[in-house]
Design a protein around this ligand. Structure first.
Ligand code: UT7
Length: 336
């Protein structure tokens, strides 16, 4: 019997309606549209507005779109994995909230916390459940409501992040389509440069932590940039070498959308021309675990059965990695 692989059989995505433009940020902090565009490539990002709305409200439309496209009901989902660093609550897992909200009565679920690499970690984890032969339909979503943990008085972070997410359905395949290989890495030393200071068990919330603005993303951008460029490029190159891939036989690079300069450096390192690199950072900014599936969602119509796709990410933790996917269907037949 042929080996079972985990094929991606549908993609969904969601971004909230509210558009936070660079011009609006110019009114909040000491910045300019020109600085943001040239240093990051971002023009606008989406913000989830409305009381009581959290990351699960980003996941629900994604999950329902995937079910609709694939022609299945939520009851058919066996497992839901949500990659996020902005869960609805510390516990229970956002995956549990989502399964309840969509009526996925037969699914179990859990969250994965790996910041901007979360989708890659979750995708590879989900693939193992499919490959085991015990599960038929595993949904993997990467989503973040970054506006919940961003300080809109800090010009070094508020210009980068946005809310949104995307997801995929994984199903068994015996023709070799799907998740072929992954390199996943982490180095906890990097937490020094990118973290949230309070709200965890080390420093629970107090009046003081709130007054000191410690419940927001803290980032030393220059250091993160340096590690992001070298690690993302190395992981992408590593997966190419291991699978005898090169610029000619790769159809697409799907890079985490943190900064267009990091994306360009990664593509350059593996000699990939710009037209093979997915990019939507200008419209959505950095949605953390959401960026890679949001790219797949935006580009789905252009994907063809058999395409070799490389995904690469770097983020808080530090976490980073790259995955090689063999695309399982013609996107123009089902894309948005
Ligand atoms: O996805 C998770 C992982 N995160 C990342 O991958 C982010 C990696 N880092 C970056 O993308 C970049 O480091 C940033 C976009 C965060 C910053 O860009 P940079 O080119 O590294 O700027 P910098 O931090 O070196 O700052 C250069 C100057 C500084 O002024 P001085 O000290 O030279 O006078 C900053 O104060 O730019 C200033 N600056 C700004 N100026 C206008 C920082 N933020 C802004 C701003 N508008 N928003």
């Amino acid at each position: 019997m042929n080996k079972i692989t985990a094929a991606i059989t549908a993609v969904g995505g969601y971004v909230p309606d509210y558009v936070l433009t660079n011009q609006e940020l110019e009114k909040l902090v000491d910045t300019t549209d020109e600085w943001i565009l040239t240093r990051t490539g971002i023009s606008e990002r989406r913000i989830l507005k409305g009381e009581g709305k959290g990351t699960s409200d980003i996941c629900v439309p994604i999950a329902l779109e995937i079910c609709k496209k694939r022609g299945i009901t939520p009851e058919e989902i066996d497992l839901l994995i949500v990659a996020t660093v902005t869960p609805d609550m510390t516990f229970p897992a956002t995956a549990n909230v989502v399964t309840d909200k969509i009526g996925a009565k037969n699914a179990f679920g859990f969250d994965i916390s790996a910041a901007c690499s979360g989708f890659l970690y979750a995708l590879d984890t989900g693939a193992r459940f499919i490959e085991s032969g015990r599960y038929q339909k595993v949904m993997v979503i990467g989503a973040d409501k970054m506006s919940a943990i961003i300080d809109y008085t800090d010009r070094t972070t508020c210009i980068i992040f946005g809310d949104g997410g995307g997801g995929v359905l994984l199903e068994p395949n015996t023709e070799g389509y799907g998740v072929v290989d992954s390199i996943l890495k982490s180095d906890g030393h990097g937490r020094e440069y990118l973290h949230m200071k309070a709200g965890g068990s080390v420093k629970p919330a107090t009046l003081e932590t709130v007054q000191n603005r410690e419940h927001y993303v803290y980032q030393e951008g220059k250091m993160v940039f340096k590690y992001a460029v070298s690690n993302m490029a190395e992981a992408a190159n590593g997966i190419l070498q291991r699978n005898n891939l090169n610029a000619e036989n790769i159809a697409w690079l799907v890079p985490h959308q943190a900064n267009k300069r990091i994306i360009a450096a990664t593509a350059q390192y593996i000699n990939l021309p710009e037209e093979k690199v997915m990019m939507n950072i200008h419209r959505y900014g950095n949605t953390t675990a959401g960026t890679i599936p949001l790219c797949l969602w935006d580009y789905e119509k252009q994907l063809k059965k058999g395409d070799n796709i490389i995904m690469a990410a770097f983020g808080g933790g530090f976490t980073w990695g790259a995955s090689y996917i063999k695309w399982a269907y013609d996107g123009d037949k089902i894309g948005k």
